[in-house]
Design a protein around this ligand. Structure first.
Ligand SMILES: C[S@@+](CC[C@H](N)C(=O)[O-])C[C@H]1O[C@@H](n2cnc3c(N)ncnc32)[C@H](O)[C@@H]1O
Length: 293
């Protein structure tokens, strides 16, 4: 299944190639690295318009002129703030909007009152600046937002304010994903929905580093426990080609993470370039939601 980002007025992939992408976020044209963006560029003239450029060799941003302050983009019920960050990041992964829409589509399932008092709603791990958290919160779900980086959790809270969703039942947690899920399991807490977007490599809050190929099977086993008896939705995205969707589906099944009565859907997330019909691969997805949602 190929999932392509639909038109989004505040975002465009203008062109890509030679390891970089050229994008528009609101009124700002940005040029930054994209390892999967191979092949030639289509429109050399467009690249000269970039106002914000991430230099791969110097590992720093260069800007021409002033950026909007705050620099906001809107998507559906979400209003998200951007800023130049390390490693060419801006605080929003646009392909995730495909997941935000899917979460909005699961509103009935997510907003249903808990059948069990230990059902805490939706657990979002590696939750970054809160796109999926806020989409789920917009449906009426209670959400636990977990990320090991304090700066991104602070940004996520600001995004909740920008989106007027800051009064929703969201717990903001600066925690290691695996350790937090394990503690919730030990405390007898349960979540009907689990959402995770693990990086290939990452830092937890302690010394232990996250490595997707080593750590994902254990995390999926813990998540199966934490959602046992009330599991109705699983949404997993990742960004390494070394793990195929079939492998991750098998891992999830071996962990016992299937959603009762639901089929897995899996495939790739794509951004389409505005100046042609080319598509940029931006990650894999594996998801399932109870029928009747
Ligand atoms: C790929 S980004 C997530 C993208 C985001 N979900 C979105 O909507 O676009 C990965 C996030 O995982 C976090 N992270 C890395 N290792 C972690 C760990 N062991 N526990 C919790 N968060 C971790 C990073 O701080 C980063 O915010």
């Amino acid at each position: 299944m190929n999932l392509v980002l639909p038109d989004w007025p505040d975002y465009e992939l203008l062109d890509f190639g030679q390891g970089e992408k050229l994008e528009r976020f609101g009124s700002v044209v940005v040029r930054r690295p994209a390892p999967g963006a191979q092949g030639p560029r289509r429109n050399a003239r467009l690249w000269a318009q970039a106002q914000l450029v991430y230099d791969r060799r110097q590992e720093r941003w260069h800007r021409q002129g002033r950026l909007p302050d705050p620099w906001l983009v809107s998507w559906g019920p979400l209003v998200l703030e951007l800023a130049p960050r390390g490693a060419g990041q801006l605080g929003v992964f646009p392909e995730q909007a495909i997941n935000w829409q899917w979460l909005l589509d699961q509103q009935r399932l997510l907003q249903a009152p808990p059948e069990d008092e230990e059902d805490r709603g939706l657990l979002n791990l590696f939750a970054y600046t809160g796109g999926s958290t806020l989409a789920a919160a917009a449906t009426g779900a209670a959400v636990a937002h977990v990320d090991s980086a304090r700066s991104v959790v602070t940004q996520a809270r600001r995004n909740a304010q920008h989106s007027s969703l800051d009064q929703r039942p969201i717990r903001w947690l600066v925690e290691d994903a695996l350790r937090f899920a394990q503690r919730e399991l030990n405390r007898g807490r349960r979540y009907r929905a689990v959402v995770l977007d693990p990086p290939s490599y990452g830092h937890g809050t302690g010394k232990r580093r996250w490595q997707i190929q080593r750590d994902l099977p254990e995390l999926l086993r813990v998540l199966a426990g934490v959602s046992e008896g009330c599991r109705r939705l699983v949404l997993l995205t990742w960004h390494t080609r070394r793990l195929a969707p079939q492998q991750v589906q098998q891992m999830a099944e071996e962990a016992g993470l299937a959603v009762p009565g639901a089929r897995w859907e899996s495939g790739s997330l794509f951004l389409t370039a505005a100046c042609g019909t080319r598509q940029l691969w931006s990650g894999y997805v594996l998801r399932a939601a109870s029928a009747g949602s």
